[in-house]
Design a protein around this ligand. Structure first.
Ligand code: OSB
Ligand code: MG
Length: 368
């Protein structure tokens, strides 16, 4: 396989309702959709999950555009590849910028799956033909509202409810949520809003039988999380702190995390995601697939990755309609009773909706 043409598009999509975390609120999503064509004419797609502001990590859709245009696309155009795993080896010469790398690596995996006539899930080594999913719920205006929102998703059948927490929206909220839903799998995601000094407050969460607490401490920390985990009975799950297999290994060896949230973009692509999955499986660390409020292409890649056997816990891959009036793929990703049926066709198994893509395109540029 040899890429001969790559098109970047800046897309802008408005979310159905704002999504609030401890670090900010999302309403408009600006992101990059990448289309790659190889010499045989096979077309693959990738989606950058970087946001417009560097809140979650240091990348933005504009830094991704720069990295793609000036470094990553030139490295791949005209380069003969036998397998998508070679992409991350080539990109190892460039530090970090994982979401930028993942955008084009995902399109190479899509092309590879099509040319070997298998679904992306199968190409990755996936074993499931349906996956269980949960949902992530942002900070609401009141606990009463939160309970009503959660009730709706529990009734739809989502297999696990994750709620965002932050100082001032934590112990009391989780207590009331647990009282309202005694038998639902509930977890909390702090997006790095606490410090080790908050240990007494965080210990109070142990009373609510949470499946896990996600990234309570600093986004670059694995030391304090190990200290905290020794004092909590609730398992800690790292998100922001894990960028690679090496990070995962160190966090597991230190005892900083008992579960890992794998996000394809954060770790630099599907090849690295698979390596983290395999390592965790060997160590008995369950993983789940996180979300970045993706549009259809990113969502389709998440669905494929989640078919790997150690994705034991339901992830954040909710259905397209939870986020968008109209997604950019057809059919959209649909969830029934908390389950997504994984498409079996070659490639990602969802087609691009060209009309929707055109409608959301702000800018477009082709490289060849
Ligand atoms: O920490 O997992 C996170 C959304 C934006 C940034 C970070 C996170 C999230 C979510 C939503 O939790 C996941 C989703 O529904 O895509
Ligand atoms: Mg998170």
């Amino acid at each position: 396989m040899k890429l001969v043409e790559v098109t970047l598009r800046h897309l802008q999509m408005e979310m159905k309702s704002p999504f609030s975390t401890s670090f900010g609120t999302f309403q408009m999503k600006d992101f990059i959709l990448l289309e790659a064509r190889d010499e045989q004419g096979t077309v693959g797609y990738g989606e950058s999950v970087a946001f417009s502001s560097p809140w979650y990590n240091e990348e933005t859709f504009k830094t991704n555009w720069h990295m793609l245009e000036d470094f990553l696309i030139p490295m791949l155009l005209g380069k003969e590849l036998q397998h998508p795993d070679e992409v991350s080896d080539l990109f190892s010469a460039i530090r970090k910028n994982n979401m930028a790398k993942s955008t084009i690596e995902g399109a190479v995996w899509d092309i590879y799956a099509q040319q070997t006539n298998q679904s992306l899930a199968h190409a990755l080594g996936g074993t499931k033909d349906q996956i269980d999913v949960g949902i992530s719920i942002g900070i609401q205006n009141s606990v009463e509202e939160l309970i009503e929102v959660v009730r709706g998703y529990v009734e739809e059948g989502y297999k696990r409810i994750k709620v965002k927490i932050k100082p001032g929206w934590d112990v009391d909220v989780m207590r009331r949520l647990r009282e309202a839903f005694p038998n639902v799998a509930i977890m909390a995601d702090a997006n790095s809003a606490y410090r080790l000094e908050d240990v007494e407050l965080l210990k109070q969460l142990d009373a609510f039988d949470l499946t896990m607490i996600e990234q309570p401490l600093a986004s670059d920390d694995i030391i304090d999380h190990a200290t905290l985990q020794k004092q909590l009975s609730t398992p800690i799950c790292l998100d922001e702190s894990i960028h690679s297999l090496e990070d995962a290994r160190k966090a597991v060896e230190l005892g900083s995390t008992k579960v890992i949230n794998i996000k394809i973009g954060r770790v630099g692509g599907l090849t690295e995601a698979k390596k983290i999955h395999d390592y965790c499986m060997e160590k008995g660390i369950p993983v789940w697939c996180g979300g970045m409020l993706e549009a259809g292409i990113g969502r389709a890649h998440n669905v494929a990755l989640t078919t790997l056997p150690n994705f034991i816990l339901p992830g954040d891959t909710a259905g397209s309609s939870r986020y968008w009036e109209k997604d950019i793929i057809t059919p959209e990703v649909t969830v029934n009773h908390g389950v997504i049926h994984v498409p079996q066709q070659a490639g990602i198994g969802y087609a691009i909706d060209q009309e929707a893509v055109e409608r959301y395109t702000v800018m477009k540029k082709t490289y060849n």
